[in-house]
Ligand binder design. Sequence first.
Ligand code: ADP
Ligand code: MG
Ligand code: MG
Length: 254
Amino acid sequence: MATLEIHDLHVSVEAENGPTEILRGVDLTLKQGETHAIMGPNGSGKSTLAYSLAGHPKYTITGGTVTLDGEDVLEMSVDERARAGLFLAMQYPVEVPGVSVSNFLRTAATAIRGEAPKLRTWVKEVKGAMERLNIDPAFAERNVNEGFSGGEKKRHEILQLELLRPKIAILDETDSGLDVDALRVVSEGVNRVRETGEVGTLLITHYTRILRYIKPDHVHVFAAGRIAESGGPELADKLEEEGYEAYVKGGQAA
Ligand code: ADP
Ligand code: MG
Ligand code: MG
């Protein structure tokens, strides 16, 4: 079983007054087959963690390690991370002019599986996955992310997750901007992938409502650039009732 290990991760961004430390020592172990939720107030650094794992050039790693089965993830290019089995939704370009969803998915699947999926079975696979996610068949011929609505982007994310079957998937705010119906469809997709037992999922979110549909095995509260508390699903219930106030001092993340 693949294991992603984040140890004492420190990350800075270049701000107006010079480098600013955003992540201040993140420790997390995520195994294939497990579902973890990271929850925290706005500005606590959740997306910074996701972008750092994705290898976004704006984020400078100033300390700590990230390994996937002992292999140094921080040394890998974005492509190498994907081939190693890491799925990071935000690593994909915002728009890919001239590349249809269908071609994009097949290229990504080819890179990850090491060989091109047979066209006939692939078309079936894509069709089935799209049906389960209530995605209009015409969507496959549209250019990636071009004019996608918020909901379409999220469904496309889960479509990739279903078809690419990574070892570790990091989903940042997959729930934001979704109405209740879309939230249910997206959550069902995550749960289907989860039931295979072959994907470890890190669900990053500000809101507790997605956790009514996806029950995490572990919940971590993120505040001021680190994990402030870890627990089981009961911690999500506590956050739903009490919010993040206990983790935030004087209006600023503690
Ligand atoms: P969250 O996802 O928890 O809302 P973010 O990771 O987006 O938090 O942001 C954490 C902090 O880092 C914020 O204060 C934000 O302004 C700052 N930050 C994040 N990315 C950048 C960037 N590229 N340049 C400057 N500041 C950034
Ligand atoms: Mg935010
Ligand atoms: Mg964020």
